[in-house]
Write a protein that binds this ligand. Sequence first.
Ligand code: HEM
Length: 441
Amino acid sequence: MPVPVAPGRWPLLGHTPAMLRRRFGFTSSLYARGDVVRVYLGAMETYFVTSPELTYRVLVTDGNDFRKGAMFEKFRPYVGNGLAVSDGVLHRRQRRLIQPSFHHAAIAGYAEIMARAAAELVRPWRPGEVREVDHDMQALAVAIVGEALFSTGLGKAAIEEARRSIPIILKYGMIRVLSPAFVEKLPIPANRRFDEAIDRMRTIVEELIDNWRAEQPDRNDVLSMLLLARDAETGEGMTDEQVRDEVITLLTAGIETSALALSWLFHEIARHPEVEEKLHNEIDEVLGGRPATAEDVPRLVYTRQVVNEVLRMYPLWILMRRVTKEVDLGGVRLSPGTEVIISPHAMHFDPRFHDHPDRFDPDRWAGERAKDLPRGAYLPFSAGAHQCIGNSFAMTEIAIVVATIAAAWRLVPVPGEPVRVKYTTTAYPSRLPMTAVPRFP
Ligand code: HEM
């Protein structure tokens, strides 16, 4: 079956210029061309999937016929063989090992850290003070992941480095994904910044590992667990490189995503006073003035609707998979080695499945309303073997942080320069200054 080609293809450069220029706008209109559309990243042919059914097949039903694709290869100099990039036996083993740190019982313990960190963030706030909310949320997310997964915290230097380097790596890494291969060999500032940020992150994490090796403490955290793990058959431990790759993966996957969701959440509720009021009423009723705990999360029903809607509107842009054996994808035969692109963002903005997708409407997640959505139409955490390992961690974190902050404070946009969206692997606010106003002066 002939597969349509996306509009805007250039000789040699393929769709790279259109993708770089139009970003999410380019991918969210492709569904009109067909369920599978060809997109060229430079000279590389890829198959972009626009239907939820086929997306779900790639990720879950036929997941064994796919591995991680070219996009993840571009990040390999950074995340090495960490969980987000590894496949097959190694991925299964590592995932099994890391999973207990994300079990229900572990998350209940992290909830206390999350509530404490959010309370510490707002403690010095003064009425009328302008906060850079995106910076605050990033600092908070770093502190939470640092303390929850690396019990003594990451240390000041590692925290600073994570905050500085991860956004740089994601930004330039995404440009590499979209660009022809020769671009990464060019001696341009973008490549230098990417390489330097990687070096700095790796050095910092290697120091964490060296310090641990010097003392060998079992702190019952992820770092100790990774370093103490022994293979059941061979009795061998993990190499320091593998531990470093897993730590870097967890830091990268676990910080920016939650920080951005929190930032956009405060941005959206400030623009929708009726949502903000309902959220405040629920938080006041459920918490009654005491700190939020893990048990409150299921009772914060409307708050979770708001979180679901933020994750719908601000998800990851694209993910890639590579075909491992010949597959039929909606009548299109794909041979091994073919690159497939799926897009949580395109799914979430498809008007065939989400009414008025540009509208921020937490009520679309009320009660049974979302039950008719086809599988694959809402994928904030992806699905299948590589589904986000931190999804309950993130949902708990966002709900607890929002409940803690919004119990006492409103964040009001500062008039002036509007908040614009900057695109990398996902949507970033260009800036997010907001005035802190006490709810009960
Ligand atoms: C709102 C917050 C978050 C969002 C939207 C999110 C989204 C995602 C998505 C879409 C994937 C799947 C990628 C794929 O299928 O190729 C993923 C994987 C992953 N996430 Fe998250 N994530 C979030 C929070 C977190 C947190 C808090 C952690 C850890 C503390 C985390 C750790 C990971 C890891 C390790 C993977 C790789 C899993 C694997 O490949 O087996 N994420 N995340």
